[in-house]
Design a protein around this ligand. Structure first.
Ligand code: WT7
Length: 638
């Protein structure tokens, strides 16, 4: 890639001629087509899928409810597997899996097809029907993908819960989704340790009466308890199942999955995605942004428990017949070069990872990647938070060898697929900017009143196929949280530069991002006040050099509670037990009173001022302005 200096002094990286020549998208035609007629554009893109019955209407938009490809029938699993049978993809490797201890497994499309058919039959035998909700709580193993596709095949709605979530979080999600069945494993591996997944699942299931059956994948071989009549080994079910299971004909608007994500309240939202529009979005953005080619070895390091693992591990790459790597384990196990060893070993061509991981690698030093042959890489991706220019430059140089474009992809659980991102053969890159909205995506930056601005709230002014269709069982929350003046409200702030590039500025609400994991400050606060000795709590995020953001909590203990020395650690563990380890506050500061307005609203903004060492903003609305001095003293002394 060449570079030149703009008058802003930002370095711009232009696509190399070699990359452009071979790229799926070589010019701006797609942007022009989309700008001319957005609906016609999306209708044309939808032809990337195999439909059992074509749609009658492209879009039915009754704000804020959209239906895409109305009347169309298809099956997501069919589009990921069946349609590759009888083509050159049939005998191609679909999944290469490597475990932390070096175990390897390679599965062709035909083998994946066979296993999914069998597991679909097994699910049916356990009484799962179209529309039933199935929870998945699995480590990063091929069975996680099999489970998702099998649900899709029979029309069951999957809800994947990240295996790092606690039993309590798993329970909440299964209850809200009214899950009828749970698919889990005996355990998982992480940094050489065993995760007791089945044990956690058992604990969660005590409070989930709707779950009738549990399927257990044998993975770690650790001893576990099975509840007879309820629990079934995955391999037994597969062994007994018929080999063919016809895919259910699904309406384009039938639900494909629910995925829970944090918002500004203590209760996570079940984001609903449907079949047709979602799959069009995931499939086409994989072609545009990742420049998917039959010869690629693609590796997205995200877990299937997050939206990235849905769109860019399970659905997008498989719908495109790609070969991909799945790795279950930590990047520093057994050594800090594990990722680079994997890339070298499998000849990975596309790597999609998160800024927090890149910053960690930077900290470990370039000697780790330098010892490995990374010359197979041709494209790099980033997701989860803004990538700071230093991390961008390091990624570009030390991982991409200076030759690989970096696609900084902005999107959300709610958007279903990538929204703002470079198209690698077309878009000149500016490190730190996600560049431009993809074709067909009507992103606008506006102020409070909805007026276009160069700095303000990022909104999406027109519906797009892979948009969320609602919040499970909570239409009011869907309407209130996401829609304003007929536009979708992302919750992110953004700026436009003089060349029209989008620069994402982080959340404008009480949603925080720790190592690319989305959390609500309210969620952490509810976990804290759940402890018997806590009266009140306020959680804030402060910038962190590796994690992007980290959590600091201010806690007022109940009067009778005693301050034992281990109390801070105990509270941190309590949060880990309620949400998951990744939600543990970095610091807890014990204070007598929180800064509150006269009406009792906690002023988190003032706490952030203290934590970031700024002069506190306006304190005149506080019921008791003197608390600020006390908190500041406490913050500095600890
Ligand atoms: C939030 C969505 C989309 C998959 C991963 C996270 C932030 C995500 C970027 C990016 C700047 C980003 C936003 C967004 N975010 N990607 N490339 N640049 N910010 O999904 O958990 O739904 O979180 O992550 O703040 O709103 P999520």
């Amino acid at each position: 890639m060449g570079f030149s200096f703009f008058y802003t002094l930002a370095i711009v990286f232009f696509p190399s001629e070699d990359f452009r020549k071979e790229a799926n998208v070589k010019n701006s035609t797609l942007f022009e087509e989309a700008a001319q007629d957005r609906e016609a554009f999306w209708a044309k893109q939808a032809e990337c899928l195999d439909w059992f019955k074509p749609w009658d209407q492209v879009l039915d938009w009754k704000p804020p409810y959209a239906k895409w490809f109305v009347g169309g029938k298809l099956n997501a699993c069919y589009n990921c597997l069946d349609r590759h049978m009888g083509t050159s993809t049939q005998n191609k490797t679909a999944l290469i899996w490597e475990g932390e201890r070096g175990e390897e497994k390679s599965i062709t499309y035909e083998e994946l097809y066979a296993e999914v058919n069998q597991f679909s039959q097994a699910l049916k035998k356990l009484g799962i029907r179209k529309g039933d909700k199935v929870a998945i709580y699995l480590p990063m193993i091929p069975e996680a993908v099999v489970a998702m596709l099998s649900c899709a095949r029979i029309g069951a709605v999957h809800t994947v819960v990240f295996a790092g979530f606690s039993a309590e979080s798993l329970k909440d999600r299964m209850v809200d989704a009214e899950a009828k069945l749970l698919i889990t494993a005996d355990g998982g591996f992480r940094k050489g340790k065993l995760l007791p997944l089945k044990e956690m699942a058992d604990q969660a299931l005590k409070a989930v009466p709707t779950v009738q059956n549990v399927v257990v994948v044998r993975h770690t071989q650790q001893p576990i308890a099975l509840t007879s009549g309820r629990d079934h080994w995955y391999d037994h079910l597969i062994g007994e199942a018929p080999t063919e299971c016809p895919p259910e004909s699904m309406d384009a608007e039938d639900e494909l999955f629910i995925l829970y994500t944090s918002g500004t309240t203590g209760k996570p939202k079940g984001i609903v995605h449907t079949t047709g529009g979602y799959l069009v979005g995931a499939t086409m953005t994989t072609q545009w942004v990742f420049d998917a080619k039959p010869s690629d070895i693609y590796w997205c390091t995200a877990d299937v428990g997050w939206i990235t693992g849905h769109s860019y591990v399970a659905y997008g790459p498989l719908a495109n017949g790609m070969t991909q790597l799945l790795y279950e384990g930590a990047p520093d196990f057994p050594e800090r070069n594990r990722f680079w060893k994997l890339i070298e070993k499998y000849g990975v061509t596309i790597l999609y990872t998160a800024p927090t991981a890149i910053r960690t690698f930077m900290k470990w030093g370039e000697e780790w990647p330098q010892g490995c042959d990374l010359s197979s890489l041709r494209l790099l991706g980033s997701v989860g938070e803004p990538i700071n220019p230093e991390a961008w430059a390091w990624y570009h140089q030390h991982i991409g060898g200076g030759r690989c474009p970096i696609v900084d992809t902005w999107w959300q659980t709610e958007t279903g697929s990538i929204m703002i991102s470079p198209i690698p053969g077309v878009t000149p890159l500016k490190p730190g900017s996600a560049t431009f909205p993809l074709p067909g995506i009507d992103a606008k930056i506006v102020d409070e009143a909805g007026q276009p601005q160069t700095s303000g709230y990022l909104t999406i002014a027109s519906p797009w196929p892979s948009m969320l269709r609602g919040v499970h069982r909570d239409p009011a929350r869907y309407e209130k949280t996401y829609w304003k003046n007929g536009s979708y409200f992302t919750g992110d702030g953004a700026k436009l530069d003089e060349d029209g590039y989008f620069w994402l500025m982080g959340r404008v609400d009480d949603v925080i991002n720790v190592s690319g994991h989305r959390l609500g400050t309210m969620e952490i606060e509810s976990a804290l006040v759940d402890h018997r000795s806590v009266a009140e709590a306020a959680a804030i995020a402060i910038p962190h050099p590796i994690k992007g953001q980290t959590i600091v909590a201010f806690v007022t203990p109940k009067e009778k509670a005693s301050f034992q020395p281990g109390f801070e650690e105990e509270l941190k563990l309590h949060v880990a037990q309620i949400i998951g380890s990744f939600a543990k506050p970095e610091r807890i500061i014990f204070i007598n009173d929180l800064p509150k307005t006269r009406s009792g609203k906690i002023m988190r903004r003032l706490l952030r001022d203290i934590a970031e060492g700024r002069v506190a903003g306006d304190t005149t609305t506080l019921a008791d302005p003197s608390v600020m001095e006390q908190i500041k003293a406490k913050y500095q002394e600890d």
